[in-house]
Design a protein. Structure first.
Length: 281
């Protein structure tokens, strides 16, 4: 096995199969004759991001795929001149729950885990933010402390914009204000669908299937292939699906054996979304 990856080889693999295993840290690993490596086990799950982060907003080749950043030339020129691009290592916290909301953060490259912690220390993962997602927006506009914690799941690049600078930018450009409103609406819909998935889905398989479908469709950006990088541990996936780590591992293995999904290293492809959809009914 090459260094730097997250794949482990099992001696008892048969017929070249690849099986989802439960690694020591709970991350998805593979067993079999065909090994694939990922530099990070970690897209909103927002999709497979580009190999290189953009140098600036004007030269970002994926800007048209990202709702907030898809601005008019005039607004884009102004947007490029505000804030600062910052690189964050895996595990870095961009902000924590309860911190004063002094900045807005726009993900340019990589993935960020958004979570909330109860008084007794229980943590719930609310979302995986990916390129184009705006973090801290609701807290800044409502003038309240951050209600969540944002932690880099992998090395990422984030555009950090001071609160007043961002508010002034929205005031100068109507399209930016509209995109901010759409981002807030998206946050509401995400929370609504998560609550619906946890409260109304009768089975762990249905909740996990809905989670995978949401990630796959987000990554597809309208394209037929639903493929994304699995950035979370099995424990974290279980947290979002309202089930146990062991159940997630068992269900992923079952989905793979049924050929509803394929897994290569940290990359997952949903092959039969209709089958997963039936579980969510």
């Amino acid at each position: 096995m090459k260094a730097g990856g997250t794949i482990e080889e099992g001696a008892d693999a048969q017929d070249g199969e690849t099986e989802v295993l439960d690694a020591a840290d709970g991350r998805m690993v593979a067993r079999g004759s065909e090994l694939y490596l990922s530099q990070s086990c970690g897209t909103g799950m927002a999709g497979l991001h580009s190999h290189h982060p953009p140098e600036d907003c004007l030269n970002c080749e994926h800007r048209h795929l990202r709702m907030f950043c898809n601005l008019t030339p005039e607004a884009l020129q102004d947007y490029d001149g505000i804030g600062i691009m910052m690189n964050h290592a895996r595990g870095a916290k961009l902000f924590s729950e309860g911190d004063p909301a002094r900045n807005v953060f726009v993900v340019c490259f990589g993935q960020v885990k958004i979570s909330s912690t109860s008084r007794d220390g229980k943590t719930m993962i609310l979302k995986i933010a990916g390129p184009g997602d705006v973090m801290g927006l609701s807290a800044v506009l409502a003038n309240v402390p951050h209600e969540v914690t944002a932690e880099a799941l992998e090395p990422c690049q984030v555009k950090t914009i001071r609160k007043q600078e961002f508010v002034d930018f929205l005031g100068r450009h109507g399209i930016a204000s509209m995109h901010a409103a759409q981002a807030l609406s998206g946050e509401y819909l995400t929370v609504f669908h998560d609550a619906k998935r946890l409260a109304l889905s009768g089975s762990a398989a249905g909740r996990l299937a809905r989670l995978l479908l949401d990630w796959g469709r987000s990554a597809a950006n309208g394209k037929p292939e639903m493929r994304f990088t699995m950035a979370l541990t099995h424990e974290e996936i279980a947290n979002m699906a309202g089930t146990s780590r062991e159940t997630v591992t068992r269900l992923l293995n079952q989905f793979r054996r049924d050929q509803w999904i394929t897994i290569k290293g940290a990359s997952m492809t949903i092959v039969k979304p209709d089958q997963l959809e039936r579980l969510t009914a």
